[in-house]
Design a protein around this ligand. Structure first.
Ligand SMILES: [Zn+2]
Length: 481
């Protein structure tokens, strides 16, 4: 199958960076890009008219938990402050006695909805650090059904977090120290890495810096090397983690991680906003950024999620200046990687009090080549001959943009995932004119809505203090009865 995309503003690749090709053409043959330029003469099976649109490399979203927004909603918990922005503690630290595994259909809906939402917003590749626990063959089937490229294996940790009857959060070592979890992840990768023409890619997911003991991180690094896959680890995402690691190992998080051997060119540190020297941490910044830069590791920056929790990376520009590679992830809903570029830009400007900072080009790089390089994939995140045919077409002829002078500046300043019209993965059109070519979106939305309402209705039975969803997050306005 040969496809030519004609007439759009093509974001091509010069060999060292993105470049703009007005009235360009992209030639796709099967799953590969054959040429990017101006030539529109080749005979093909299908021509897509992209005039008035950006033809962009598919975005890489480095943080998509395959679950519904049930927990995201509860992050706005007004009843407690002691989690110190450790967002997942709010909904993910159950009373031990109240733990009930989610039913399989609920897990499946969460996986389907999240992965589809990220894809529809323009992310042709996502990194899934884990969603609800469930059957892994079903996960692989869902990815195969939807058609996006997903890096995944089930996450694991050597200690869990719980809430006691007084509402106190605490860590508890697992008897198995997380080793069966690592083994399960390795087995998943051995069985499924490369499935569905490479849409399933293996990655190891030791869950959080402070819930994985040093030996588990060391074994993870060895296993990743042997399997030749990348690693994702939540780190630097909250003050509680920073204090816990400082107290336990007498080092800031990055120094601690560097000592375990987990940092490397294919390791992504999800968040890594809280370091020594952060304005919310009374501990000086040392060589942390230098250590990350020298290791070649990537920071998987999720600015919207941080802003939701009332803190920021300090700052996007300062990390870049230190030589740290940055990729972008959404983490929280909406899984809109285009809006995320704007959050990265605006929040960094606020932090640095510099309106000329966090340029759109740097944000676009983070959402494309930053994420691709983090995963060790030079054939993703750029439109060049020989690269994977992962392409998104974004409509700029809307009132949101109006007249524009530069397409990338316009996209970062005004854009939304809702403007994504066409998504091509591996040379296959999976979103056409804003609709999935593979699944029934209305059915998926109805199932997701029913699943989320059920979970919120039933929250009272699993909350540590028997609170309802409305106790935790009061409605914006009272409802007329
Ligand atoms: Zn996360």
């Amino acid at each position: 199958m040969k496809i030519r995309i004609d007439g759009g503003v093509v974001v091509g690749w010069s060999g060292t960076g993105h470049e703009i090709i007005p009235d360009g053409s992209v030639l796709i043959e099967n799953d590969t890009i054959r040429s990017v330029g101006k030539d529109k003469s080749q005979a093909v099976d299908k021509v897509i008219d992209a005039s008035g649109k950006i033809v962009s490399p598919g975005f890489v979203n480095l943080h998509v938990h395959s679950q519904l927004n049930v927990g995201d909603y509860l992050l706005a918990d007004v009843t407690r402050k002691d989690y110190l922005t450790a967002n997942w503690f709010v909904f993910g630290a159950p009373l031990k006695e109240k733990i009930t595994p989610p039913p399989a259909p609920a897990v499946a809906i969460g996986r389907k909805y999240a992965l589809f939402s990220a894809l529809k917003n323009g992310a042709t590749t996502v990194l899934d650090p884990g969603g609800g626990p469930g059957a892994l063959d079903e996960y692989v089937a869902i990815v195969g059904q939807q058609g996006g490229r997903v890096f995944f294996s089930p996450p694991y940790r050597s200690s869990d977090i719980f809430t006691d009857a007084q509402g106190r959060l605490y860590y508890e070592d697992r008897e198995d120290k997380g080793r069966p979890g690592l083994e399960r992840a390795v087995a998943f990768i051995k069985q499924y890495h490369g499935a569905h023409n490479g849409r399933i890619q293996g990655i190891l997911n030791p869950a959080q810096a402070e819930t994985c003991e040093p030996a588990l991180l060391k074994e993870t690094a060895a296993a990743a090397k042997e399997l030749d896959v990348p690693i994702h680890l939540h780190a630097g995402g909250n003050a509680r983690e920073f204090l816990h690691i400082l107290n336990t190992y007498r080092k800031p998080v990055v120094e601690y991680l560097a000592g375990t051997g987990i940092l490397g060119p294919r390791t992504t540190l999800g968040h890594m906003a809280i370091t020594g020297g952060h304005s919310r941490i009374d501990y000086p910044r040392g060589d942390e950024l230098k250590l990350i830069a020298e290791s070649g590791a990537t920071v998987g920056h999720c600015p919207h999620k941080c802003a939701k929790m009332a803190f920021a990376m300090e700052s996007f520009d300062q990390y870049l200046a230190a030589g740290v590679r940055i990729g972008l992830g959404t983490d929280t809903y909406p899984l809109d990687i285009i809006a995320e570029m704007r959050y990265a830009s605006l929040i960094s400007r606020l932090v640095d009090r510099d309106a000329s900072g966090a340029r759109p080009a740097d944000c676009f790089n983070a959402a494309t080549i930053g994420g691709a390089d983090a995963l060790g994939r030079k054939d993703l995140g750029r439109l060049a001959a020989g690269a994977k045919a992962d392409v998104v077409i974004i409509n700029l002829r809307t009132t949101r943009y109006g007249p524009w002078r530069d397409p990338i500046n316009a996209l970062v300043e005004y854009g939304s995932g809702a403007d994504v019209e066409t998504v091509i993965v591996d040379g296959e059109i999976v979103i056409d004119n804003g609709r999935s070519t593979r699944i029934d979106e209305d059915e998926l939305f109805a199932q997701a809505n029913a699943g989320a309402q059920r979970a919120w209705d039933g929250w009272v039975t699993r909350d540590w203090n028997g609170r309802s969803t409305e106790d935790i997050v009061p409605p914006a306005f009272p409802t007329r009865r």
